[in-house]
Design a protein around this ligand. Sequence first.
Ligand SMILES: Nc1ncnc2c1ncn2[C@@H]1O[C@H](COP(=O)(O)OP(=O)(O)OP(=O)(O)O)[C@@H](O)[C@H]1O
Length: 586
Amino acid sequence: MISARLLSLIVVVVLLALPVVGSPFLVTLMSHVGVSSLVVLGLVLLTGIGGMMSFGQAAFVGIAAYTTGWLTTALGWSPWLGLVFALALTAVSALAIGAITLRLGGHFLPLSTIAWGLSIYYLFGNLEPLGRHSGLLNIPPITLGPVSFMSQIAMYYLIWVVVLLATLFSLNLLDSREGRALRLLRGGAHLMGSVGMDTFGTRLRVFLIAGIFSGLAGWLYAHMTRFISPAPFDVKISIEYLLMAMTGGASQVAGATVGSGLIVLIKNWLQDFLPHLTDNPAQLEQVAFALMLLLILRFAAGGFMPMVLKRVRSTPRTVKANVGGLPTRQLPPRGEPVLEVEAVERRFGGLIAVNKVSFDVRAGEIVGLIGPNGAGKSTMFNLITGTLAVSSGTVRFLGKDASRLSQREIARLGCARTFQHVKLRPGMTLLDNVVSGTYLRTGAGYIKGGLRLDRLEEERARHEALLRLGQVGLADRAHDLAGDLPLGQQRVLEIARALALDPVLLILDEPAAGLRKKEKDALATLLRKLRQDGLTILIVEHDMDFVMNLVDRIVVMVFGQKLREGDPATIRKDPAVQEAYLGGLA
Ligand SMILES: Nc1ncnc2c1ncn2[C@@H]1O[C@H](COP(=O)(O)OP(=O)(O)OP(=O)(O)O)[C@@H](O)[C@H]1O
């Protein structure tokens, strides 16, 4: 085992020493690895972590390269001004393309990036001022005061400084508030909305960051090679970038450099070796790459980095105490209406899942919503939390009409929920899953997160999360992965995440399912304690003993309608309710 710190130090020392000990050819090759790493780093964030496939990254590299290339050759501007305009144009293109395509689900996003990549490639090849397919020549080198980056060695150092800074920024970002939003993207919009995160905004921002990393690569590439033509910005090269990400380990930041290094070196070796085998080495190179892709998918789908990380020791960061708390909200006085559901209806085509149901929930009480399978309970929860839109009727939350509000807005008002089908990020620790619940109580954005200017707030959020984990009895497993918990305990973990929102109303969908008797008792004790502290709770649960001994009031639903409402003792004796449950309550 080697420590992560020592390994990083070794990498930096090797990179520093390489121009001294390596051949000029190796230095040039490694500069190309660095440029590719930047693009692939963006793909790690976008595809590996965010789950969005893009075949258009080479086009962003091209936009930046051509912008700086044209401005510095045709207008004679400084490469630094070229950088400003190259990044600005890349950012505007990424935002425009992202705004149009990122709402598309399934295969439409990758398909649209192919279309975009192809159109940009043909645009470069057909515009007279950009030199058509011959490209732009004599692009000037970068200079900084007396320092010129004309030599390959100077350029090498500049490129790797940028790569290391971008890598650090990405690592910091992933360990920040917005980075957690990015890591939750694969959990889906309902999970993100339930903790107040903006799915589309997060997708757009990471698309922008990946575009800017590609833009930086394009700027460096243009002033390194001093000549550009459309070929390196083709969709084929975008596929190569994806191959690099997969080879390194698409969800690992360090995988970007490792994957770029491996593919650039293999490509270089193939270019030396294949001419001995065939007269048409270029085509055989494509075949070799296709084979490599298949082999990686078959035998090492996670890429190279996870194998390395198994041998790297990293100790979890301790959670600091005495950092102060996050802001908390004032709970409404006991007995005041928190939730008012009035004649709410939800149709799915011809099916009426919830049919003009009305009830209310008052501050400081626990209300149970029960009914046989398919009665419409989960649909009702989804209507209350904004996960589904009501067909008609009104949902009022703290006196405010919330019928048309989004999930995020309802979460912001103080409504936190758990899900019938658990929604957690299994590859994140328990602590990180719960910290994601503090999203609305914290404010650090991308810049603060990436530059690590968010530490005090982050420590407070982590402290808060540990307290919530302690409340549900999971503090000793804070640094374990959520996916390692049994399903019943994952439901309890969802409660801790919901509590981290500092809610007024806690909505629990079958929280006791999968728990053992002792764990159910502990959960009931926790919910009673929360009620005592003034929290309002609405709960769907099939375990009748659990519900009857816990709640103050029960609403019974059958076939989408409200059948009865009353205290547990009355409901237990009600013949209509017993009939609905086929004698199950008697
Ligand atoms: N998205 C949907 N599209 C179509 N029909 C749906 C949808 N969601 C729920 N339904 C239907 O609405 C009805 C109520 O379902 P719902 O899941 O709300 O019931 P439930 O009381 O929560 O049941 P269970 O206890 O089994 O979870 C069912 O007939 C279900 O098939």
